[in-house]
Design a protein around this ligand. Structure first.
Ligand SMILES: Cc1cc2nc3c(=O)[nH]c(=O)nc-3n(C[C@H](O)[C@H](O)[C@H](O)COP(=O)(O)OP(=O)(O)OC[C@H]3O[C@@H](n4cnc5c(N)ncnc54)[C@H](O)[C@@H]3O)c2cc1C
Length: 346
């Protein structure tokens, strides 16, 4: 176990916000975590706990006057294997993209569309990360947690995890922040059946002269990585947390109201009554693409991404967030909800 006092979190959040945590504890096994929690309950239970992963979906609004937990549980274990599927247990501290690469190398398929999404496997189960028509929750069979309140372990089955768009039970108010995810069990397929229906993947294949018959999971991963690198700013170069807002899901009546003025509004059908409208399009229509407020800016290639141009505080990013929300609300009557988790006081 590694403990750091008055620890800078600058290297632990992809926005690159320079805040401090009272204490950071890195643990590499469930025993280390439960030992720490025992001691914490005896001596430090007045301090708040916050479990983080790679910090790629966090915005520190202030210093954190509590204890940050960071998992370095990194085992990957094949639990079972039948003709069609495998069950694999993955430590929460494994980098999500390393797991995707490992799975493809092993011939285990399903998560290749989630290539290059930053962060750890533990957070992927909290956030239900998604890209190109695939969500982590589609492949998560169980999640193993330790209660931060009493140190007990629990296994959550798929149905209990309540996965939906960027949502899991761990985001519900009653449960939020109360569990450390320690292992995630994925059920992956042994046969590669690519999901190409989203994000222009089929068109990209055509442009590259690749037929579906010749497509391997490795090739699909490479294409997704290339597409993402062209579209999204690299947090190592310019701080960001990917999509800052969730794509709003609205009723058909709202879509029709917007279509009356903007016939080209893009949307994806969610069900017979609702559609998802890309938040980036709404923000771009309001003229925000490439605009800044001080050191916080809306990215000039992808309006859904807010960036730290250098030296921004969490409050600078929050000010921009609020200004964008207000514009979209005034122009389209739609409230944008942040996907990013705010930490600390505003
Ligand atoms: C450039 C870029 C591109 C991105 N693209 C996508 C994308 O395409 N799709 C997508 O869905 N997301 C995307 N994201 C967002 C981000 O990668 C995901 O939300 C990711 O799951 C966050 O993982 P993390 O390990 O960094 O978690 P953090 O940001 O550190 O934490 C996220 C949440 O999970 C909780 N948490 C983390 N680890 C644990 C644990 N072990 N136990 C309990 N709780 C935990 C935290 O408390 C917090 O609430 C992108 C981000 C960036 C910077």
């Amino acid at each position: 176990m590694e403990v750091c006092k008055n620890c800078s979190v600058k290297e632990y959040n992809t926005f690159g916000i320079d805040a401090t945590a009272h204490l950071m504890v890195k643990y590499s096994s469930i025993d280390e975590l439960t030992d720490f929690l025992k001691k914490y309950r005896q001596e430090e239970s007045h301090l708040p706990l916050l479990h983080i992963g790679g910090g790629s979906n966090l915005l520190f609004l202030s210093d954190f006057a509590g204890i940050i937990l960071f998992s370095e549980i990194k085992d990957i274990t094949l639990l079972s294997d039948d003709e069609e599927t495998v069950l694999v247990s993955v430590g929460a501290g494994v980098t999500h993209d390393d797991f995707v690469q490992y799975a493809i190398q092993k011939g285990w398929y399903g998560v290749e569309n989630l290539s290059l999404i930053p962060g750890q496997v533990g957070a992927s189960a909290v956030q239900n990360i998604g890209a190109y028509g695939v969500e982590a929750g589609d492949f998560i069979k169980t999640v193993h947690t330790i209660s931060l309140e009493d140190g007990t372990s629990r296994q959550w089955n798929h149905d209990e995890l309540c996965y939906s768009y960027r949502h899991s039970i761990f985001k519900d108010q009653a449960i939020r922040g109360k569990y450390a995810v320690c292992h995630v069990v994925f059920q992956l397929k042994k046969r590669f059946t690519p999901c190409l229906n989203y994000g222009g993947l089929r068109a990209t294949l055509q442009q590259k002269g690749i037929s579906e018959e010749n497509l391997s999971a490795t090739l699909l991963r490479d294409i997704i990585i290339e597409t993402r690198q062209n579209k999204l700013p690299d947090p190592k170069v310019m701080g960001n947390a990917g999509s800052f807002f969730m794509n709003p899901i609205v009723g058909i009546d709202t879509l029709q109201r917007i279509q009356a003025k903007n016939s080209n509004v893009p949307y994806y059908e969610v069900d017979k009554e609702t559609v998802k409208i890309p938040a980036g399009w709404l923000i771009e229509q309001c003229g925000w693409k490439g605009k800044s407020i001080g050191p916080a800016a809306v990215h000039d290639r992808q309006a859904l991404v807010l960036v730290n141009k250098g030296g921004a505080t969490g409050k600078d990013i929050l000010e921009l967030c609020k200004a964008v929300q207000q514009s979209v609300e005034e122009t389209f009557g739609i409230h944008l909800y942040p996907e990013v988790n705010f930490i600390g006081e505003s």
